[in-house]
Design a protein around this ligand. Structure first.
Ligand SMILES: O=C(CO)COP(=O)(O)O
Length: 137
């Protein structure tokens, strides 16, 4: 699965702890992240992560483009709902594309705990079926 990890600044510590806790699951997948989140997670965990631009510089939009191309299977995005973000329109656009293309999106630790266990249990196999169907079509 192609998985994106994103966190706003006040949630960076939380996503690092999450990645450390579930490194054994995340390491089996292709990981992507916005710039600063990816740098911090890879430094803390040693996980190999493809890094896009930093969020305010277009990273959310780059993840959105992957979704539009059906090249992203899950977004784990620890949002900070209490701090205004200069690139709020990009964040809304990313979430909108998840809904357009039925891509699982979790925006907090509670949701992330559930999807990571679902991932480990094989509940994301339907994404492989969709990818296979699209590649055939
Ligand atoms: O702003 C972000 C997502 O909207 C995250 O960007 P960084 O990972 O570069 O801090």
């Amino acid at each position: 699965m192609n998985i994106s990890l994103v966190a706003h600044d006040k949630k960076k510590e939380m996503i690092i702890d999450f990645a450390l806790s579930y490194k054994h699951i995340l390491s089996k997948h292709n990981l992507f992240a916005t710039g600063t989140t990816g740098k911090m997670i890879s430094e803390a965990t040693g996980l190999k992560i493809h890094r896009f631009q930093s969020g305010p510089m277009g990273g959310d939009q780059q993840i959105g483009a992957k979704i539009a191309e059906n090249n992203m299977d899950l977004i784990i995005f620890f949002r900070d709902p209490l701090t205004a973000q200069p690139h709020e329109p990009d964040i809304s656009a990313l979430m909108r594309l998840c809904d357009v293309h039925q891509i699982p999106l979790v925006t907090n630790l509670g949701g992330a705990e559930i999807v990571i266990r679902a991932l480990e249990a094989g509940f994301f196999e339907w994404r492989n079926l969709i990818n296979k169907k699209n590649n055939e079509g």
